[in-house]
Design a binder for this molecule. Structure first.
Ligand code: ADP
Length: 257
């Protein structure tokens, strides 16, 4: 009869949904296990170096030059640890919907200039040229610190995956009366088509040996979405990568225009 048939159908549906959910749980547990082992390694590396250098310095007998070198490494590795812990905390805040934005008018050109200043030294070490192409007076509404975090993460990835003596272009332009785009373009190693759809997944890394948590792009995408924006990626293996962040323009600016 019809009712019986419907029930059977529904039970069949339910069983396959439950099966799917069980598979998802296994999959997400696997992802979490992988994450915990990779993050433990990421945390241990700087800690080992801090521990080693502090013991060496405590034992004494080093000249001022060597002492300075050791202190410099301790400071750099502590910064790396702080960065990792902050990334994990941001991710967990976003997961629980608890990231609060402090919204104000943001001048995109100023924000991008500040971003580049923050990453200048790192790029310099690889003799990478950082170029800024941005017109004046593009205003949006958003959390300047969080947006800077997004652009820093994108330029940091670009530097990390670009060869020495290459260039990275950071540009911004109005797209329409209501939208603008920030584009980060590198000519680095690129990402294969198969990996491109996954690099924004939490914990995903093409090569775990590169260090990092695999959380940067997942965090950036979520921050952009909290600003009612979109993060898009194009890439070609061996050619380079382009990340586009599309954000709504500030309404006030439109009224003035
Ligand atoms: P991580 O902090 O581990 O780098 P991300 O989420 O920022 O994590 O990036 C995930 C992965 O995406 C990276 O490990 C790398 O494999 C790839 N990736 C990101 N940006 C680029 C880029 N500009 N060029 C090449 N590969 C990239």
């Amino acid at each position: 009869t019809r009712i019986k048939g419907d029930y059977r159908y529904e039970i069949g549906e339910l069983a396959s949904t439950l099966n799917y959910m069980a598979e998802e749980i296994v999959r997400s547990n696997q992802i979490k296990d992988d994450f915990i082992s990779s993050i433990s390694h990421e945390l241990r590396t700087p800690l080992t170096s801090i521990k080693g250098w502090s013991e060496t310095l405590i034992s004494g007998g080093y000249d001022p030059e060597e002492t300075k070198l050791g202190m410099g490494i301790i400071s750099k590795e502590s910064d790396r640890l702080i960065g990792l812990v902050e990334e994990i905390l941001d991710f967990s805040k976003l997961q629980q919907n608890e990231m609060k934005l402090s919204i104000a008018q943001v001048d995109i050109k100023v924000l991008l200039q500040e971003t580049l200043l923050n990453i200048w030294a790192k790029a310099e070490k690889k003799r990478i040229h950082l170029l800024l192409e941005c017109e004046d007076t593009i205003f949006i509404r958003g959390d300047a610190n969080r947006l800077k975090q997004v652009f820093l993460n994108l330029v940091d990835n670009a530097v990390k995956f670009s060869p020495e003596d290459s260039s990275i272009v950071l540009s911004a332009e109005r797209l329409t009366n209501t939208e603008m785009a920030v584009i980060v373009r590198d000519s680095g190693i690129g990402i294969s088509e198969a990996h491109l759809s996954r690099v924004r997944d939490r914990f995903f890394q093409v090569d775990a040996l590169n260090g990092g948590t695999g959380l940067g792009l997942a965090i950036s995408q979520q921050i952009v979405e909290l600003h009612n924006g979109k993060l898009e990626m194009d890439s070609e293996l061996g050619k380079g990568t382009q990340v586009t962040v599309i954000l709504p323009l500030d309404d006030v600016q439109e009224e003035k225009a």
